[in-house]
Design a protein around this ligand. Sequence first.
Ligand SMILES: [Ca+2]
Ligand SMILES: [Ca+2]
Length: 219
Amino acid sequence: MVRLLLSVLALLTQPQGHLGAEVKAYSQKTVTNACTLVMCSPVENGLPGRDGRDGREGPRGEKGDPDITSLKQQVEALQGQVQHLQAVFSQYKKAELFPDGRGIGEKIFKTGGFEKSFQDAQKECTQAGGQLASPRSAAENAAVQQLAIAQNKAAFLSMTDAHTEGKFVYPTGEPLVYSNWAPGEPNNNGGAENCVEIFTNGKWNDKACREQRLVICEF
Ligand SMILES: [Ca+2]
Ligand SMILES: [Ca+2]
């Protein structure tokens, strides 16, 4: 008790000391805060007005559907739009692929109708954003064959065995997952057949890359 009294006494006898400074700082802070709230703004800017009264209550809105009903309606609307787009897309795809393209699954084969060496043919397709035809199934091979028949020309495929003789791979280096070699092929005839052509009968033959063959790209 005596110690407490002494402490209070000590504080009261130091008005210019630490406590005094704190009290002063607190007062200033309070005044500053008060100014930002009400009307102590600098005189040259004028005094801010008081807050206005609350406005009238607005008219009542219509009773809303539960969220789930609204979402269902939106989904149904989107389904309708998607169906419409699918129909339009299908129509455009047919028109676009006539007469020099074929669609199979999500893959599209298209021929430029001209013949090039393998290297130039490959360049044509990659510059167009695709690659040379790489049929990976009987169905895809049949689609490429139809284009060869339509042009009455044999066409280059993308695969080569330039890296390892006798081992044909796709441009990615992946080994073949499908092939349709003609009887006796690939025979690396003359020791220099590293590219693949597809005949109008759908069969494959390894062929010299410098030969000119129909360009068929896939996208
Ligand atoms: Ca070869
Ligand atoms: Ca051959």
